[in-house]
Design a binder for this molecule. Sequence first.
Ligand code: SAM
Length: 743
Amino acid sequence: MDSNTFLGPYMKALEAQRQLLHKAQSRRGQRLHNRESRDEAYNTFMMGYLSTVMQSRQHEIHSSFVPPAYAPCATSIVDLTPIFIKDLQLETHHRGRFLTLRTITPPNRMSAIMAITEDEKDDVVLLMIYQQEDEEVRRATDFFGQGTVLIVKEPYFKATSDGRYGLRVDHLSDIVWTKHDDSMVPAKWRSRMLKVKASVQALKKKGNDAVAQKRYHEAIDFYSEGIDHENVTEEELAMLKRNRALAYLKTGQFDAALLDTGFPSFGAQPNNKALFRAADTLYNLERYDECCQTLELFCSAFSNDSDGPTALARARDRITEQTTGIYPFKRMQALARTMRPPQLNHATFTGPVEVRQTASKGRGLFATQAIKAGDLLLCEKAFGYAYAESEGSVVNRDTSKISLLMNIETNQGFLGTQADLLTKLVRKLWCNPSRAPAFKTLFHGQYESPSTPFVDDKPIVDTFLVERIMTLNVFGCPDSSIGIWKDTMMAASRKEDSVHHSSGFWIKASYINHSCRSNAHRSFIGDMMVVRATRDLEPGAEILFTYRPAKKLENVFEHWGFRCECTICLDTKTTKPATTKQRQQIHKRLERDFDLALNHPDTIRNIQRTLDALQKTYPQPTSAVPRVKIFDPQLALTRFLIQDKKYMDALVHGKSALESLGFVVTGFEASDVEFRVVTWGHFLDHVVEAFQHVRSAFRASGAEKKAIQAEGYAKVAYRIAVGEDETYDPSYDQKIIKHFTIG
Ligand SMILES: C[S@@+](CC[C@H](N)C(=O)[O-])C[C@H]1O[C@@H](n2cnc3c(N)ncnc32)[C@H](O)[C@@H]1O
């Protein structure tokens, strides 16, 4: 939704990949008899490694191709049998087998982390592992340096795009990382030197030193070794776990951190660090109620510690947001403007909506009570977010690269931050299996994934399932919709196809189905998505927003695999080509007349006549099919008339502009009838401007009460457009007039 899925220029590359794959398939099951020698493989790899290390890759667009999906290994390592490199068959998943490897080169990062590895028989093979953390987050050499021994479960051996071959690992649980004294490490690779076992105290110190240097993964290893130590005392065990909880917290492994704190029972004499870390973890897991309860315990047990009340107040703020939908929107907008990446610290509010089955669109989101236009339906914190810095800005640690992500099987892809988002989602689920159920139930088309949740005490995260879910539910998003709204207003006419490189994933919003004739609008404040109703809704109404505008004369939403059957799409389909041509000609005439009107105000009468002619080409009532193409010139005319101080005429055309979108409004006439929107019409950003012109016209004609009423509607429209009205400025219409006389 609002992502760049138009990959026309890159389709050739996708086709080339497909051909390669096709060619490779014909070699399926073959064993390689002319495998590269150890030296050849090493030298070729090192040449590539050195050239990528030396190259500046800042301005390159990286591409990653998602291969045909395959299931992760769901069998325990103890039930697999070994295989060696010489027995590998091309284009084959070696089910039921495992391969033990040792790296003989440093790791090289492309879209995967790669290294040349050897097996016990001294044969070598290229290993490519995907979905690893970014180099800035964790250096590849820290876990995949020379001499690392690892086990690949059910290895997948395949041809690579440069005509060579290698092992590809897409699922995180398909690799078992060994430790130096692991019984799984072949005897010939174990150190001959007798290693003196470190004491628990020494391990704790090493762990603490690693934490001080922010080497949290290393710290986890030291603490874990201490925890498993045969001489560890009860007291040491508790302390090591508390410390490991901190390292888990810092690496986003919240489920594991919580377990280490002892939550939910902290004993008769709770430890301050255990309590505080448990609360911090619960906060990160968005379990604010339990977080508050833990902090209340902390505050009563450690009343002298000033951190407790501060953390408690913060958690209580989140509960207020969750339960009331009241947010400090102005502050959030300011943060979204300056904070990079704009990941805001706020809770999710779910309004009066629930997920239900629809008749023909799978599940959808439905109103559970009567809702007014402008009401908040969702204010949702992103589950995953990949931020793209705008061009020319400083790229910081959490900025995602813009890359091309293409799926060979589905023929779909994105140009944006989706490749990074995919890795973030996979890793989040891997680190926090408690978050997986809500994610896995989202729409994923026909893709079937194995249901085993854990193997060898580790979660199974099917990368291809995550990719399918992401593809069908991802949103492209701006830093904040306020910027887009202002640009649209200043451009004076509508821009329909803005796409964004930043991308995010919002679980509740993912249940909303598409309609071009929507009744809800989404906007963004940093990584918070705000969904508001654009019209009054009856209880039981399905909430619908527009994924992207339907392409001209086409109602197929190929990317999601459905046809839109809304009244707008049906009308477009049934409109005769002659009528479309006639409308285009009238529009040309209008453009010309608007240009003339700048110097010859008499032309206005022509414009009015031409607009009447345009109206006649629309047979359907505006309540069924909004006339967006009439709204634009009607609004431009209203703008012109306001500037010309022809307020009565401005009211006439302001009314026509709103009516062309299906609005039913009373009180335009010079009577005491209140100015009131009886029915909200189709929502566009410029509706704010239309109401503001109406307000100005009433005010200038002395109808102050009606001016205040119209201002109220402008504010509601602004709230729908940007998500909130705390930043509403009543003088936008004046600013637009200053910049542009006519759209
Ligand atoms: C983001 S999901 C929406 C929630 C989904 N209906 C579910 O059951 O979870 C997108 C998918 O919903 C379905 N969908 C959305 N809008 C639709 C529409 N107007 N007509 C038919 N199917 C639609 C399509 O299958 C689409 O790929």
